[in-house]
Design a protein around this ligand. Structure first.
Ligand SMILES: C[S@@+](CC[C@H](N)C(=O)[O-])C[C@H]1O[C@@H](n2cnc3c(N)ncnc32)[C@H](O)[C@@H]1O
Length: 184
């Protein structure tokens, strides 16, 4: 998908997409540097868009690992499916359905969650539900990595994980924060 097409999807439904530009390479690299790919068997990505971070994750993942991605925009899901990687499972569904998909996969634990969900624009209860489920299914020592363009939602992660580490990424439009929480 071209940048212009992403812009169109963003403009069509800004409340759900949350932005009109996909993440920069610099932001993608910052998001995935918090993942220990040698020990990651199941990674979950929330709000995958047209797969810009997805491709970075797949490039680093073990051959026998799985990547479960959630995306509600059907055009983006078509693009994600066209990646055609056996390790990639595309859930054309809302991230709050995480528990059902894990059940279908017979998976009890998630190693890492990488999220670009626009929580600032989504209802607060939905954010609490999604991040709460991620915490519940995450293995001890696993990490939840979230991108934001402000620190307005920091308290959401603090209240669930009890810790949030903040990284600033200037080379993105707009400049972004990568929030990293660990399940202690
Ligand atoms: C800010 S965009 C990020 C796209 C891409 N990951 C990137 O970094 O450029 C957020 C994405 O989250 C998706 N989204 C919004 N609400 C969602 C939900 N409840 N479940 C799954 N995806 C959702 C939107 O459709 C959009 O593609």
């Amino acid at each position: 998908m071209k940048r212009l097409d992403f812009l169109v999807e963003g403009l069509k439904d800004l409340k759900t997409v949350g932005t009109v530009t996909r993440s920069s390479r610099s932001l993608c690299r910052n998001m995935i540097k918090h993942v220990n790919f040698k020990e990651a068997d199941l990674i979950v990505e929330l709000g995958a868009g047209d797969g810009v971070i997805t491709r970075f994750i797949l490039e680093k993942m073990k051959p026998d690992a799985k990547l479960l991605v959630f995306e509600v925009n059907s055009k983006f899901c078509d693009i994600l499916r066209s990646i055609g990687d056996e390790r990639l499972i595309v859930a054309e569904d809302s991230a709050e359905e995480l528990d059902h998909y894990l059940q279908q996969l017979n998976a009890t634990k998630v190693d890492y969650v990488i999220s670009a969900l626009p929580f600032v624009a989504l209802p607060k209860e939905l954010g609490l539900d999604i991040v709460g489920k991620c915490y519940r299914f995450m293995k001890q020592g696993g990490r939840y990595v979230q991108v934001h363009y402000s620190l307005l939602s920091k308290k959401l992660y603090q209240s669930i994980f009890g810790n949030v580490d903040i990284n600033f990424v200037p080379f993105n439009v707009p400049p972004a924060f990568v929030l990293v929480c660990e399940k202690k």
